[in-house]
Ligand binder design. Structure first.
Ligand SMILES: Nc1ncnc2c1ncn2[C@@H]1O[C@H](COP(=O)(O)OP(=O)(O)OP(=O)(O)O)[C@@H](O)[C@H]1O
Length: 603
């Protein structure tokens, strides 16, 4: 609770307003109780009060009643503002540690994913719902205390204590019920991710395939099955709880009815005046209805969500291995003779792949020299993309070192790794496709400080072969690349690949010096591929480059080609040298060349 208040207080005055508003609401509830009794007792002809006293009391009652009616609207305004600020702050605290790290192991960690789900609030019971409930709970508690005091003073402290005990029983029970339910939901974070994924997929990434293969009903069926399987135990628990719930609520109602009967009898026998009887009855009703097990449970969930938010940075750090304590930020050469990148006896397998999984890279040695155009080939799953991710410092080797111009990546602190990552201009296989303009897709936000960014953009798009395409777009380079947005267009896979190439070339002209192309021609047609081959040297001019491709036409122009096999570099040399040595490369190249030749014959 203290943590929640501290967190809310850190977001500004919202918490003070929220608590003040709850206090005001409780004061109004008690005042209403008191005034109803007084007004009834002062009705002309019933009590001894004068007409003017009755009029004043009635006016006060109407005023309090009016305030009671307006108060929820004010409370909503305060709550909405506070919740809005809190949701933003919570979101920033969740996303911050996930995005801040230079590594990405945490994004593949199930433990981190579960913690993120909890931080966001499972079953939508998050930090902000907890805060919202805190207001309701404070209100309920103060109303209960005030009403119990009025009941004790006006009627009987025994009745007040019994009703408080009944309230407590009811609250304890409903809180227990909700706790059991939310604990069950906690165990379902993976299932929730699975059905959320199945829900999004047919409307997003797999929209086209789902339709072409007629998978719509299969997806709906699958989604419902996963969802039903996940929810069935929850419903079963709810079903089992029906009878005990009726029983507990029945006891509570019986207690209230019992007190009402005693008050009524004492009023009828003249032991209680009409004012006191009415005050006691209203106080009893107000106390009996101030039970709020839901707010208490939601507050507990909010605290748990806050706990998850606060522990997330530690868990992210744990998933990425010991924190980078290195202080080196330099990635400029200490020794000019050192290669730009050197893998030195590197062993690697993915952190989440388990102890029994085989290593993907095994004692790998590889150097990439400044200004060199290096190509990496190997069969599917050989570990080429993995090697690039390691080179970019997104994962750490399990054994061995990766040196950047003589400096071990593990000796660089986070700023050093950031600086190194800034020097890499990549086109990964699953490159980013932003639903923004063509310009934003290429330059991101890096126009500031760039000399003549428009000219640079023109050069990059020309070199990537999309200058003509931009000319045909309705708003030129400012056209939004998403059909679902107004004025937006959809690009073909090959066109997107050229946009990604333009992005890499633009960043190469603005500080980056290492071009990494992972299957850059995968979506290009024959002419596009030939064009890329012809201009390979032009594309990589002035840069150090690493190109990965299964298309040998693309890699043959590289200064050096390395064959990755069984986790290490099995062969290395120029295209001609490797052909001459009649090894693995030569076999793969000839097989592909034959297929191309056969294809040409049949064409
Ligand atoms: N994030 C990951 N977590 C666990 N295993 C992974 C992950 N990414 C890749 N792998 C596994 O690592 C191995 C190497 O994958 P990688 O993508 O590096 O191969 P590749 O040589 O680039 O393959 P391709 O030519 O098909 O692109 C594969 O067995 C793959 O299943």
């Amino acid at each position: 609770m203290i943590a929640l208040i501290r967190f809310t207080a850190s977001q500004g005055k919202g918490i003070i307003l929220l608590l003040a508003s709850s206090l005001f609401s409780a004061v109004l509830a008690v005042a209403l109780t008191f005034l109803i009794g007084q007004v009834v007792g002062a009705v002309p002809g019933v009590g001894s009060a004068s007409l003017s006293t009755f009029a004043w009391l009635s006016a006060a009652l109407v005023a309090v009643f009016a305030l009671t009616s307006v108060q929820p609207v004010l409370q909503d305004l305060v709550t909405l503002r506070t919740i809005y600020d809190l949701e933003q702050a919570t979101h920033a605290r969740i996303v911050g540690p996930l995005l801040d790290s230079t590594h990405i192991s945490h994004l593949e960690s199930r433990e981190v994913q579960d913690r993120v789900s909890r931080a966001q609030g499972i079953g939508s019971f998050g930090v902000s719902t907890g805060i919202e409930s805190m207001g309701g709970l404070v209100n309920a508690r103060l109303t209960a205390v005030g009403s119990a005091a009025v009941l004790a003073v006006s009627f009987s402290w025994v009745a007040a204590v019994i009703l408080l005990a009944s309230n407590f029983l009811l609250e304890w029970y409903s809180a227990r019920l909700l706790r059991a339910e939310s604990d069950q939901l906690d165990d379902l974070t993976e299932e929730q991710r699975r059905y959320a994924y199945l829900f999004d997929l047919p409307m997003g990434a797999a929209a086209k395939e789902v339709r072409v293969f007629g998978l719509s009903s299969w997806f709906v069926d699958r989604y419902l099955r996963v969802w039903t399987d996940a929810m069935t135990p929850l419903w079963e628990e709810r079903r089992k709880a029906v009878f005990p719930t009726l029983l507990i609520y029945g006891i509570h109602l019986a207690v209230m009815a019992g007190i009402a009967v005693v008050i009524g009898r004492q009023a009828a026998s003249g032991e209680l005046s009409l004012t006191v009887a009415t005050t006691a009855l209203v106080a009893m009703l107000s106390l009996g209805m101030s039970v709020d097990g839901h707010s208490a449970s939601r507050l507990r969930r909010g605290l748990e969500a806050l706990d998850a938010v606060e522990s997330l940075p530690g868990l992210v750090a744990k998933a990425n291995g010991p924190r980078l304590m290195g202080t080196a930020t330099r990635t400029e050469p200490a020794d000019e003779s050192e290669p730009l990148v050197r893998f030195d006896g590197v062993w690697f397998k993915y952190p989440e792949s388990g102890a029994s999984a085989d290593y993907i890279l095994r004692d790998l040695d590889l150097s990439l020299h400044s200004g060199e155009a290096l190509a990496l080939v190997g069969v599917n799953g050989a570990g080429k993309s993995t090697l690039v991710k390691l080179m970019a410092g997104m994962y750490r080797p399990i054994k061995g070192r990766i040196l950047i111009q003589g400096v071990d990546l593990s000796e660089l602190g986070e700023p050093g790794i950031h600086a190194w990552q800034d020097r890499i201009a990549p086109i990964p296989q699953d490159f980013i496709r932003l639903p923004f303009s063509m310009t934003e897709n290429i330059v991101f936000n890096s126009r500031a400080g760039v000399h003549d960014p428009d000219q640079q953009l023109r050069e990059a798009t020309k070199l990537a072969g999309i200058a003509k395409l931009i000319g045909t777009l309705p708003h030129g380079a400012e056209t939004v690349l998403a059909k679902t947005l107004e004025g937006g267009v959809d690009l073909s896979g090959g066109e997107w690949q050229r946009v990604a190439l333009a992005r890499a070339l633009y960043s190469l002209r603005n500080g980056a010096s290492v071009l990494v192309l992972d299957e850059p021609a995968a979506a290009l047609d024959v002419r596009g591929e030939a064009d890329m081959v012809d201009r390979y040297l032009e594309l990589t001019a002035g840069a150090t480059s690493m190109i990965i491709s299964h298309r040998f036409s693309v890699v043959r122009g590289a200064d050096r080609i390395c064959v990755l096999e069984d986790g290490r570099i099995a062969e290395a040399g120029t295209h001609e040298e490797l052909l001459k040595s009649e090894g693995r490369y030569a076999t793969m190249f000839r097989r592909q060349a034959e297929r191309y030749a056969q294809g040409a014959e049949h064409a």
